[in-house]
Design a protein around this ligand. Structure first.
Ligand SMILES: Cc1cc2nc3c(=O)[nH]c(=O)nc-3n(C[C@H](O)[C@H](O)[C@H](O)COP(=O)(O)O)c2cc1C
Length: 184
C-alpha cells in the first residue's frame, strides 16, 4: 500500500534464467525508478507449485503465500516477460493463477497492471504481453490502457538502446501515474 509518498510496484519476471534480459530490464527499472517509486522484484516464482485447487485450502504453500503477500502489499503490478511459443511463460501464468484466488478477492483484484518486456525477435514478445494483459483482466486486475512496450532485442544490447529504455521507463511511469478510483 502507499505509505508516505512512496508508490510500491511489485514486478513479476517471466524468465527464470540467471542471465535473463527481462530480469535485467526489471533491475534497470528498479535502479532508475522515478522519484517516489519503490520496485519489489518478486522472487521465488519457480518455487510455487502449479496451481491446484486442492493445494489452495486452509493451508497454502508458503511460496504462494509469499507471492500473494508481496502483490497485496504493492500499489501496482508490473510484468516484465519474454514470450514462449506465442504466449506468456508458464511460470508467469501460474503466478497469475495463484494471484486470482480466492475468487474475487485475490491479490491481483483491482491492482493496476501492465505487461512489458523483450525478446530477440522483431515482435518483442507482443503476444506474451497481450495474453498477460488478457489473463490479468480476467483475474480481476485493472489493466492500464495504452501501456505497450514489447521491445525487439534483435539489434544487440537493448539496455544500450536509449529509445527502447525510454519506452520501458515510460511504461513504468504511466503505470505509476494511473489514477486509482477510491472505493465508495
Ligand atoms: C521454449 C521457448 C519458446 C520461445 N518462444 C518464443 C516466442 O514464441 N516468441 C519469441 O519472441 N521468442 C520466443 N523464445 C525466445 C525467447 O524470447 C528468448 O529466449 C528470450 O531471450 C528469453 O528471455 P530472457 O532473456 O529474459 O530469458 C522462446 C524461447 C524458449 C526457450
Amino acid at each position: 500500500m502507499t505509505t508516505s509518498n512512496q508508490t510500491r510496484v511489485a514486478v513479476l519476471v517471466g524468465s527464470l534464467r540467471a542471465d535473463s534480459l527481462n530480469r535485467r530490464i526489471a533491475e534497470h527499472l528498479s535502479a532508475n525508478a522515478p522519484e517516489g517509486v519503490t520496485i519489489d522484484i518478486v522472487e521465488g516464482l519457480d518455487q510455487i507449485p502449479f496451481y491446484n485447487e486442492e493445494l489452495d485450502g486452509e493451508t497454502v504453500p508458503a511460496s504462494a503465500v509469499a507471492l500473494r503477500v508481496a502483490v497485496a502489499a504493492a500499489d501496482r503490478l508490473l510484468v516484465v516477460t519474454p514470450e514462449y511459443n506465442g504466449t506468456m511463460p508458464a511460470v508467469l501464468n501460474n503466478a497469475i493463477d495463484w494471484l486470482s484466488r480466492p475468487y474475487g478477492a485475490g491479490a491481483i483484484v483491482g491492482k493496476p497492471f501492465a505487461a512489458v518486456g523483450a525478446t530477440p525477435t522483431p515482435y518483442g514478445g507482443k503476444w506474451s504481453h497481450e495474453h498477460a494483459r488478457h489473463s490479468a483482466t480476467i483475474a480481476g486486475a485493472t489493466v492500464v490502457e495504452g501501456i505497450v512496450a514489447s521491445e525487439s532485442a534483435l539489434n544487440g544490447d537493448l539496455l544500450a538502446d536509449e529509445a527502447a529504455v525510454e519506452r520501458l521507463v515510460g511504461a513504468l511511469t504511466a503505470l505509476v501515474s494511473h489514477e486509482t478510483v477510491a472505493a465508495a
